[in-house]
Design a protein around this ligand. Structure first.
Ligand SMILES: *Cc1c(COP(=O)(O)O)cnc(C)c1O
Length: 420
């Protein structure tokens, strides 16, 4: 079915390049089979995919609306202006830049706007949930800047704001970064903003994971607290793969300058059009209802796993993601990822706070509900998935049973329906 639909739509591609075409079909089928619980992934809106596959990709538009380095930008100017206007409306922001090619580029542009090489930044450590671009030694951020990390509390695994304050006073960072890839709880932007003010540091909030929930009003917004807010558009927002920056109007000049020409060349106008489409859809009530269900499903996932004896990091979740500590059932993250992959449940291994394992092994797995919720899973299905995860991990002899149940569930909620 999936194959037939796509063959019809993309007949020409099939003729021009059957090899790549065939691999695209295989990937579409792979995405349709099994159950995707990778917290950073989602199924983009159909209209978003349509906007991306257009001749807007042909257009060079270096610069900003009405101030381009190329002629012929009259239509892409309007598209970019609409994208900015909608993004501002969605997050009640004063200013935004929709050109960053990805979340990493958005962060880089902010860093370059306020930091010089060697400056100190205070960010959450990777094993407590921080992102590579928050000062990892293998990332430009860890190479260029002097990085100090804060961590979560060892007792409740929640962000230790007193520690942030102590480190801020001791090290006087020029920038404090919050936001994370594997921190399932609410982050209090006001407390961090107050700390930043106290030491006259800038405050950047990277909402890459939480932006869909924030847009729906279901997770506290950092707007009005953080000087800079960065995000991806392809995670909870269901937009195209890309990034954005939101800031106070005062920072418009410097951010624009550092996105282009600072770190990027021509903007991807087909992606910016797709971002505009995603923002329009995110402003609708249906999107808010979707995000509500994402949260409900995450809570059920956490509770059901907990009921099955799997320890949940921080004992629960306030977001779309759930972090499991598999030491509670004698497995590593890597082992669990492989076992679940074999039965058709896709998750990623993840370090947990103070993880004794290296990241390539890890003690945890990170689960997220954005993709299954887009697919139509509600409470009952999510509970079933959680129970299947527990069976797969704890009772290896029941692998075939779990596999067949996963297949049944997948077939009852076909992914391609999103794209019909
Ligand atoms: C995903 C993510 C990013 C990076 O996004 P890319 O588009 O992959 O570059 C940055 N920060 C956080 C917190 C993320 O989770």
């Amino acid at each position: 079915m999936v194959k037939q639909i796509y063959e019809q739509i993309n007949k020409d591609l099939k003729e021009v390049d059957p090899e790549i075409y065939d691999l695209i079909i295989k990937e579409i089928i792979r995405q349709s089979e099994g159950i995707n619980l990778i917290a950073s992934e989602n199924y983009a809106f159909k209209a978003v995919l349509q906007a991306m596959g257009t001749p807007l990709s042909n257009k060079y538009a270096e610069g900003y609306p009405k101030r381009r380095y190329y002629s012929g930008c009259e239509y892409v100017d309007i598209i970019e202006e609409i994208a900015i206007k909608r993004l501002n409306e969605l997050f009640k922001a004063e200013y935004s830049n929709v050109q960053p090619h990805s979340g990493a580029q958005a962060n880089m542009a902010v860093y370059f706007s306020v930091l010089k090489p060697g400056d100190t930044i205070l960010t959450m450590s990777l094993n407590c949930g921080g992102h590579l671009t928050h000062g990892s030694p293998v990332n430009f951020s860890g190479i260029i800047y002097n990085v100090v990390h804060y961590e979560v509390s060892r007792t409740n695994e929640l962000i230790d704001y007193d520690l942030i304050r102590d480190l801020a006073i001791r090290y006087k960072p020029k920038l404090i970064v919050a936001g994370a890839s594997s921190y399932p709880r609410i982050i209090d932007s006001k407390i961090i903003a107050d700390i930043a003010k106290e030491i006259e540091a800038f405050f950047m909030f990277d909402m890459a994971h939480y932006s869909g929930l924030i847009a729906a009003g279901l997770y506290p917004s950092p707007v009005n607290y953080a000087d800079f807010i960065t995000s991806t558009t392809h995670k909870t927002l269901r937009g195209p793969r890309g990034g954005v920056i939101i800031a106070k109007k005062d920072y418009e000049k410097i951010i624009n300058k550092w996105v282009f020409p600072g770190i990027q060349g021509g903007p991807l106008m087909h992606v910016i059009a797709a971002k505009a489409v995603a923002f329009k859809l995110a402003l609708e009530q249906e999107f808010k209802d979707y995000q509500k269900q994402v949260l409900i499903n995450a809570k059920i996932l956490a509770q059901t796993l907990k009921d099955n004896g799997i320890r949940i990091v921080s004992d629960g979740t306030d977001s779309h993601m759930v972090l499991c500590d598999l030491r509670s059932i004698g497995l590593t993250g890597k082992e669990a990822e492989n076992i679940l992959n074999e039965v058709g449940i896709f998750v990623n291994k993840n370090v947990i706070p103070f993880d004794p394992q290296v990241p390539a092994i890890a003690s945890g797995i990170r689960l997220g509900t954005p993709a299954i919720t887009t697919r139509g899973f509600k409470e009952d299905e999510t509970k079933e998935v959680a129970n299947l995860i527990a069976i797969a991990l704890k009772e290896p002899h029941k692998k075939e049973y779990v596999k067949s149940k996963v297949k049944e569930l997948s077939e009852a909620f076909p992914v391609y329906k999103i794209y019909l």
